[in-house]
Design a protein around this ligand. Structure first.
Ligand code: ATP
Ligand code: MG
Length: 335
C-alpha cells in the first residue's frame, strides 16, 4: 500500500472558534483526514507571539479549540491532534531553520506588517514587535518540516507563507547538500471568507461572530443583528436579495436550493419581511449546528477524554518528529 501523503496545519488558541472557522477551515480538514495523514496542531507557541502576557486563559483556550475541532468532526482515529508546545522537536527545528533564514526573508512577511499595526492599535506608538513574533514564519516552517509534510492547507491569503517555507527548505537542503526535507505545497482552499453579522470578515476579535459553541438563543440574537437590504424601509417594500448584505448570504450557505429560490422570489415581491426572514434563518443555522453542538457538550462534560486525545496525539506526533529531528541533527553534523 502506498503511504498516505502528510498534511500539517494548525490554529492559534486565542479563543472559541466561529462559523467562519468551521466553513472556511474545519470542513476542509474533515475531508482531508480521509485521504491524508493529517497533523493538526494547537499552536500555543504562536499564541504567545502576540499574547505572551495573557497566559491566564491559555490552557482553557487550548481545550476550547480542541473541543471545537472534535465537535466539528476532526477524528482523532484518523488525524493526529496535538498541542504544539508538547513537541520539543519543533523548537529545536526552529533553531536550525532560523540559522539558514536570512533576516530580510522574515521581514518581508506581509502578515507581520498587519500584526504590527494591530499591536500599535492595542498598545500605542511604543508597541514593539518581539523577537518571537518576528520569527513566527520560521516557527511555522518548523511545524511543517517537523513531520516533513507534503501539503499545507491554506486560503489564498496564506500561500505566501508556504512559499516562504519552501524557500527555507530549499535553502536548508542546499546548504547541507541533502534532499531530506520535502518542499511542502500549498493545498488551496477555495472557500471565500465568511462575513460576520455586520458584513465585515467574521473574526473573533471583531465582536461580529457566531461561535460554534454559542447557544441557540445567542445565535438567534446574533442573527437578528444581521444587516439586510439597507434600502428597504417597510416590510412590504420590494427587497433586493443581491443587496442584502448578510442574511441572504447566510441563506445561500445554510439553505437548500428550493428554500433559496423561494426566499429570493418572496423578498423581491415584498412578501417577506427582514425580521421574519432572520427568525427563520436563525432556526436554520441552529439546526445546521445541532449535532455539532451536542457533540461539543459531550466533550465539555468529558474533559479527561479530551486531554487523553491530546496526550495520545502528542505521542503519535513525536514518533515522527523525533525521527525527523534525529535525521536532521545527523545531516547538519551536530554532536
Ligand atoms: P482574529 O480576529 O483574532 O484574527 P480570526 O477569527 O480571524 O481571529 P484566526 O485565528 O486569525 O481567526 O484564523 C484561523 C484560521 O481561520 C485561518 O486559517 C483563517 O484563514 C480562518 N478564518 C478566520 N476567519 C475566517 C472567516 N471569516 N471565514 C473563513 N475562514 C476564516
Ligand atoms: Mg485573523
Amino acid at each position: 500500500m502506498e503511504e498516505k501523503k502528510r498534511i500539517m496545519s494548525g490554529m492559534r488558541p486565542t479563543g472559541r472558534l466561529h462559523l467562519g472557522h468551521y466553513l472556511g477551515v474545519l470542513k476542509n480538514w474533515k475531508q482531508l483526514q480521509e485521504d491524508y495523514d493529517c497533523f493538526f496542531s494547537v499552536a500555543d507557541w504562536h499564541a504567545l507571539t502576540t499574547g505572551y502576557d495573557k497566559t491566564d486563559v491559555l490552557k482553557e483556550n487550548v481545550l476550547n479549540v480542541v473541543m471545537d475541532w472534535l465537535a466539528c468532526g476532526i477524528d482523532p482515529d484518523k488525524a493526529t491532534v496535538f498541542v504544539q508546545s508538547t513537541i520539543p522537536e519543533v523548537a529545536e527545528l526552529n533553531i536550525y531553520l532560523g540559522m539558514v533564514t536570512p533576516q530580510n526573508w522574515v521581514e518581508r512577511d506581509p502578515t507581520l506588517k498587519d500584526m504590527a499595526k494591530i499591536l500599535k492599535n492595542k498598545e500605542g506608538q511604543n508597541s514593539q514587535i518581539g523577537f518571537g513574533l518576528m520569527g513566527y514564519p520560521v516557527l511555522m516552517s518548523a511545524d511543517i518540516v517537523s513531520v516533513n509534510a507534503h501539503y499545507v492547507p491554506v486560503g489564498k491569503d496564506q500561500v505566501a507563507h508556504v512559499e516562504l517555507t519552501r524557500d527555507m527548505v530549499r535553502r536548508f537542503n542546499n546548504v547541507y547538500k541533502t534532499n531530506y526535507f520535502v518542499e511542502p505545497q500549498p493545498k488551496l482552499n477555495e472557500c471565500s471568507l465568511i462575513c460576520g453579522v455586520d458584513g465585515a470578515k467574521m473574526g473573533k476579535s471583531f465582536n461580529n461572530d457566531i461561535k460554534i459553541s454559542d447557544t441557540e438563543e445567542v445565535t438567534a440574537k446574533r442573527i437578528m443583528q444581521c444587516i439586510t437590504d439597507r434600502s428597504r424601509a417597510r416590510k412590504n417594500d420590494p427587497g433586493h436579495p443581491d443587496k442584502c448584505e448578510v442574511a441572504f448570504k447566510y441563506w445561500q450557505i445554510f439553505g437548500n436550493e428550493n428554500e433559496i429560490a423561494d426566499i429570493e422570489k418572496e423578498c423581491i415581491a415584498g412578501a417577506r419581511g427582514c425580521a421574519d426572514c432572520k427568525r427563520q434563518l436563525a432556526a436554520k443555522v441552529n439546526e445546521y449546528f445541532k449535532d455539532i453542538r451536542e457533540k461539543r457538550k459531550y466533550y465539555e462534560a468529558h474533559l479527561d477524554e479530551v486531554q487523553g486525545i491530546l496526550e495520545e496525539g502528542s505521542a503519535k506526533a513525536r514518533k515522527v518528529t523525533q525521527k525527523v529531528l534525529n535525521d536532521v541533527r545527523n545531516i547538519i553534523g551536530m554532536y
